[in-house]
Design a protein around this ligand. Structure first.
Ligand SMILES: C[S@@+](CC[C@H](N)C(=O)[O-])C[C@H]1O[C@@H](n2cnc3c(N)ncnc32)[C@H](O)[C@@H]1O
Ligand code: SF4
Length: 452
């Protein structure tokens, strides 16, 4: 397989660069979503949930809940949501039904973390918010949950909602700010006021929730380096527990992309400059920040627990709500329907609202784990052995591919660890696709042929 690829490092790097520039179509899931089957057998998934092995994967069980409503469409957003908020109560009824279905299958299995995301969870009114959290506590076992995290858009947040969240166990709030520059906000179709945002941050802290995460984005249309620096400087002065500076990914799911906009090389240069300024400001403000990482923390341990568990330990998580994905380590990855009517009808009939899925064997699980670990820079062989009950060296086909990458100077394989020597995450993802995904390999061959 590899002869096609020898001596094409330059073309390969160009493929990675263009993928990155055009829409960052980098694959972050393995096996990629396009390979998942529709029409999978419900009974098999249910049986596997019930028979979950008592392994480390399942001791760290996480829950994700997608609240799929927004009041407006931010042009940069790549997440799935509906604008029709009149259906929120219908959705919540179905969500409680889905919780009941899992309550039966999980048999009181303790959840370690809950992440409530969207869309915009804070769009729920006070009555809905209270009922939603009460149902969650009644139906699923959150008694030992270490983290209940909630995503909020400042514009739909108020002090009463913050108190409800606090009283019902939410101990981390992720506040999506993105930008506070009125011109940028107008351009991206997002309505919020700087003073209100600042007040909401202070109110969350005054309510006793210290774990506050702030989201900012670089590379938004019309955003200058100065505008970003002003936002980050302001946010740093509040001293939130963590700040993530996302680089805008103009994926085909965004209305920015759908309206025909693309990044220019000048945009990428501007984003790189903002990242450099962010690193400088984080360091001056005393935040812990690893080079190349999008998140900076005031002190360790304030991360999103569910996401970290899934990355670090390839642990299982269950996704509720339309569009949500679930991962039962050692057996399934599956996705809920994104059609609200289908979702509601399915739950009413007592069926999990699953639309697509794929059953993974241990080798595929391991590839998926390596994807995530090497994306971050390195993987420990001891961790592989602990998680997969066998040394990495015993997975011969995987090891052959890794050795091939080492021979190309892309990885370093040592006795206890493997380290990525790739220039960027995009390069690693492109190599992964080349080595482990046949159809994507074909696209790369075609690209190489066209560019020879
Ligand atoms: C589910 S979204 C939004 C949460 C909430 N509705 C809000 O608007 O604040 C979570 C985060 O993803 C980030 N995000 C959304 N679209 C993105 C994109 N195209 N590229 C990079 N980051 C993006 C934003 O920073 C956002 O806060
Ligand atoms: S950024 Fe938040 S509010 Fe805006 S469209 Fe995306 S999920 Fe909705």
């Amino acid at each position: 397989m590899n002869e096609h690829f020898n001596n094409h490092d330059h073309t390969f790097a160009e493929f990675a660069r263009r993928m990155n520039r055009d829409s960052r179509k980098a694959m972050i899931d393995y096996p990629p979503f396009v390979f998942w089957d529709s029409g999978i057998d419900q009974a098999k998934i249910q049986a596997d949930i019930k028979a979950r092995p008592d392994s480390i994967f399942n001791k760290l069980l996480g829950l994700y809940i997608h609240i799929p409503f927004c009041s407006e469409r931010c042009s940069f957003c790549r997440y799935p949501f509906y604008i029709d908020t009149k259906r929120t109560d219908d959705f919540l009824e179905a969500l409680y039904g889905e919780m009941d279905l899992y309550a039966g299958l999980l048999d009181h299995a303790p959840l370690r973390s809950v992440m409530i995301g969207g869309g915009t969870p804070s769009i729920l009114d006070e009555r809905q918010l209270k009922e939603f959290l009460e149902n969650l506590h009644q139906k699923l076992n959150l008694k030992n949950a270490l983290q209940i995290s909630f995503e909020a858009h400042p514009a739909s947040l108020n002090e009463r909602k913050i108190r409800i969240l606090r009283d019902l166990g939410v101990n981390r709030i992720s506040l999506g700010i993105q930008s506070m520059d009125p011109d940028v906000l107008r351009t991206v179709n997002r309505t919020q006021e700087k003073d209100h945002i600042k007040n909401m941050h202070a109110a969350i802290r005054a309510a006793g929730i210290d774990n506050i995460q702030i989201d900012l984005i670089t590379g938004l249309p019309g955003q200058s380096v100065e505008s970003f620096v002003a936002d980050l400087t302001e946010v740093l002065s509040w001293k939130p527990a963590s700040i993530t500076v996302y680089e805008f990914i103009p994926s085909s799911l965004t209305s920015f992309y759908r309206m025909g906009n693309r990044f220019s090389d000048a945009d990428l240069k501007r984003i790189a400059e903002m990242a450099a300024r962010a690193a400088e400001l984080f360091s001056l403000a005393g935040y812990l920040h690893k080079p190349g990482n999008s998140t900076a923390m005031l002190k360790p341990g304030v991360y999103t627990l569910g996401v970290t568990d899934a990355f670090k330990f390839n642990s299982s998580f269950i996704g509720l709500g339309p569009f949500s994905h679930s991962h039962l380590t050692g057996s399934w990855r599956y996705a809920n329907s994104g059609n609200l009517n289908e979702y509601i009808q399915s739950v009413k009939k007592g069926r999990l609202p699953v639309e697509r899925g794929i059953r993974l064997d241990m080798t595929k699980e391991l590839v998926s784990y390596l994807f995530n670990q090497l994306w971050k820079g390195a993987v420990s062989k001891r961790a592989v052995e602990m998680l997969y009950d066998a040394p990495l060296d015993s997975f011969t086909p995987i090891l052959e591919r890794l050795r091939y990458l080492e021979s190309r100077g892309k990885l370093l394989i040592r006795e206890h660890y493997i380290k990525s020597l790739m220039a960027s995450q995009e390069e690693w993802l492109t190599y992964c696709q080349y080595l482990f995904c046949d159809d994507i390999r074909q696209r790369i061959f075609n690209f190489i042929k066209e560019n020879e």
